[in-house]
Design a protein around this ligand. Structure first.
Ligand SMILES: [Ca+2]
Ligand SMILES: [Ca+2]
Ligand SMILES: [Ca+2]
Length: 172
């Protein structure tokens, strides 16, 4: 339902990637060997105050969502603490080594109700050298019903009704 490889953002120091919000501090949009491909984000900008990269989404209650992303160490020797959040789910990288290669990580979240929820990537500290982020993707594990091809809809609906009546029978 969402993906951004940052390649459409403008590169530069202390810039905000297109469509994102940077709270309290700055990030850099960098390129070349820092990235999986194209452009990516150094989570600690160039103002001595690491940013929190954030973005909000309207999500449906009860649906399982998966946030996945590629995260690398700073590639400049320093270690970094990085906190990732997705709704109420969190994932913390404690002393992520500068040499830690790009790795795909994920974080799942199931909203309790329909609403607007955020993802955020926060690098601790502010030495202008941060962990590097590329390829942020959110998928809905349940899949929207609109993706079901038409001819199968009726059959699935019938199956759903059968399951419902089965459930009801079992409750008695
Ligand atoms: Ca990229
Ligand atoms: Ca930086
Ligand atoms: Ca740092």
């Amino acid at each position: 339902m969402f993906s951004d490889n940052f390649d459409a953002s403008a590169g530069g120091l202390n810039v905000v990637p297109t469509g994102w919000t940077v709270i309290d501090g700055t990030v850099d949009v960098v390129s070349g060997g820092f990235c999986v491909a194209g452009l990516c984000v150094d989570l600690d900008g160039s103002t001595g105050d690491a940013g929190i990269l954030s973005r909000s989404f309207a999500l449906l209650g009860g649906v399982d969502y998966l946030l996945s992303f590629d995260l690398s160490g700073s590639r400049r020797g320093r270690t970094d603490d990085v906190l990732i959040t997705f709704g109420t789910s969190t994932r913390f990288f404690d002393d992520l080594a500068g040499s830690s290669p790009y790795t795909g990580y994920s974080l799942s979240f199931t909203p309790g109700s329909d609403g607007v929820y955020s993802i955020s990537f926060a690098n601790a500290g502010g030495d202008n050298v941060g962990a590097v982020l590329d390829n942020v993707v959110i998928t809905s594990l349940d899949g929207p019903p609109t993706e079901v091809p038409e001819p199968h809809s009726a059959a699935l609906a019938a199956l759903g009704l059968a399951a419902l009546s089965f459930t009801r029978r079992n409750k008695i």
